[in-house]
Write a protein that binds this ligand. Structure first.
Ligand SMILES: [Zn+2]
Length: 537
């Protein structure tokens, strides 16, 4: 009974953990790495065709995005998730595949001109379709036996529609061990979703640590801030442009905007139009609206019970085609424009920025985290002009950000969730947090709360029967390309770091081979020498 940590180890993205038991193997999450990549992730040490199934905590791409790649490489098993996660993945995995194909097409056009090598997409829409057809929906709270010795259960963890913590019971001989995977733990008192449910017992807990070193501070009600932004912008004749993540955040904003309109909180602009200009956001809203109301918090269910749709209102306008998108800025009626991407790096939001940034009466309102190096971040940091579609656009519009939106529990929320395990788990593994957050949270668990906790690096594995470490890796840092180096060099640095990690693995295996039969040791040494001879040339 072995657990191996592969991704989201000392990093926030690329969640992936492997469990092996009695000749079977399965993954918990199979996510894509996004944003800055700091450490090398080891490859899954099992042939994809030999992986029995995947348990998926939720639909975000950093948890689900590599499932199509696994299918492309021969995975034939089922993906177990909640029904809502499966429905969101239909949209998100197809979108991810489109991005991969689009990028490959663009690189190939460039390669053709420069005589470079052709570029293959990471995966295609056909691979994403294959992944989507592998989903098998599960219900919160129901135990399901997946192998003779493996039982699982999904618990609502209030992070995204359908998100779950997963309890896994594994029996070998007459010993059963229970491992709980937190997935991403939600923030309490968010619109639409329930607060995270608690789990009371486990031998081992694998917990995220995105905000493991931070507190969100006192909860701020976003409604009055949003009302104020709308009022002052509409009064001066401008538009409120909100760059918003298509899945989750856009629906929360629609929920608040419906309430604001219903209560007539913006004076003198009763019928202000709200445009959702993101095909993916509109598809995600449909998934929310088709979901069982039992997924939602009491307040949202109560709205449904009154016969009101919580995400739809009379002046809501959905744009699907690019013509509809372009027409949004054709008139001077003050309006709200919700569009993706949330950090302004791609998508239709860039057109709306082009039309509104130069207008001093408009407002660009940020409602989510803006990573270093993104257009969103430079606007928040006060850029006076930006480049959009090759044009320099002056920033005259008001730039503001709205607190009170976070999909993740902070340090206090994580401690609260973990504090409901009684007795304490034998061991807590901390993942899904950047280096500082995961290490600070682990230190806090050990020193302040008396947990046995560690933050494993990619490739570290434990025997779950004994709780002993089987192999412990150190983090292999990806060398940052020097300024001016092209992405090709960044890839080369990543591949080189992977080679070093493989060599370290070999050395670890050699060190742990002491006591093996002499004949085996000699064979091993011969093989290593042969390999060294080959590469020394
Ligand atoms: Zn997430």
């Amino acid at each position: 009974m072995k657990i191996t940590f592969l991704g989201a180890t000392h990093e926030v993205t690329g969640s992936c953990t492997l469990i092996e038991t009695f000749g079977h193997s399965f993954l918990i999450d199979c996510g894509m790495e996004q944003g800055a990549d700091v450490f090398v992730n080891q490859d899954i040490p099992v042939n994809p065709g030999d992986i029995d199934f995947i348990l998926l905590t939720h639909a975000h791409i950093d948890h689900s995005g590599k499932i199509p790649l696994l299918c492309k490489n021969g995975f034939k098993g089922k993906v177990y998730s909640t029904e809502e996660t499966a429905n969101l993945c239909k949209i998100m995995l197809m979108d991810s595949a489109h991005i991969q194909e689009f990028e490959a097409e663009w690189r190939n056009r460039k390669a053709k001109r420069s005589g470079g090598e052709p570029y293959q997409p990471l995966y295609t829409t056909a691979d994403a379709q294959c992944a989507i057809s592998s989903f098998y929906p599960c219900v919160y709270g129901e135990q399901r036996q997946l192998l003779e010795n493996v039982v699982i259960r999904f618990t609502d963890v209030g992070h995204l529609l359908g998100s779950a913590a997963i309890e896994v019971w594994i029996t070998e001989g007459n010993v059963t061990k229970k491992i709980v995977f937190s997935g991403d733990v939600g923030n309490k008192n968010k619109p639409i979703l329930k607060n995270p449910d608690y789990i009371s017992d486990a031998d081992y807990v694998v917990i995220e640590s995105t905000y493991g070193d931070r507190l969100h501070g006192e909860r701020i009600d976003p409604t009055p801030i949003l009302v104020d932004c709308l009022q002052r912008t509409f009064d001066r004749g401008g538009n409120v442009v909100i760059p918003s993540f298509a899945v989750g955040r856009t629906q929360e904003l629609l929920y608040l905007l419906r309430q604001i309109k219903d209560a007539g909180l913006v004076k003198g602009h009763d019928h202000f139009p709200v445009y959702v200009d993101s095909p993916m956001a509109n598809q995600a809203t449909s998934v929310f609206l088709q979901s069982n109301p039992e997924c939602f918090d009491a307040e949202t269910r109560e709205i449904y019970n009154r016969g009101i749709n919580p995400l739809v209102f009379p002046d809501l306008k959905i744009s699907v085609s690019s013509e509809e998108s372009k027409a949004i800025n054709a008139d001077n009626v003050p309006k709200v424009i919700l569009s993706a991407s949330g950090m302004c790096e791609a998508g239709r939001i860039r057109h709306h920025l082009k039309h509104n940034l130069w207008r001093k009466e408009s407002l660009i309102l940020f409602v989510g985290y803006q990573a270093q190096g993104t257009l969103g971040r430079s606007l928040l940091e006060g850029a006076s002009e930006v480049k959009l579609f090759g044009e320099t656009v002056a920033v005259n519009a008001e730039i503001a950000s709205m607190p009170g939106f976070s999909g993740h529990a902070d340090k206090a929320g994580l401690l609260d969730w973990l504090g409901h395990f009684s007795p304490k788990p034998k061991k807590v593994f901390v993942n899904h947090g950047d280096e500082d957050a995961s290490e600070a949270f682990t230190k806090c668990l050990v020193e302040e709360y008396g947990f046995n906790a560690s933050a494993p690096f990619s490739g570290t594995s434990y025997d779950l029967l004994s709780g002993e470490v089987i192999s412990e890796t150190v983090g292999v840092r990806i060398e940052k390309p020097r300024r001016g180096e092209r992405s090709r060099d960044a890839r080369a640095a990543k591949v080189f770091a992977r080679l070093l990690a493989s060599c370290e693995r070999l050395l670890r295996i050699a060190r742990s081979s002491e006591g093996m039969a002499n004949k085996e040791l000699a064979k091993f040494a011969d093989q290593v020498d042969q390999l060294a001879d080959k590469w020394e040339k």
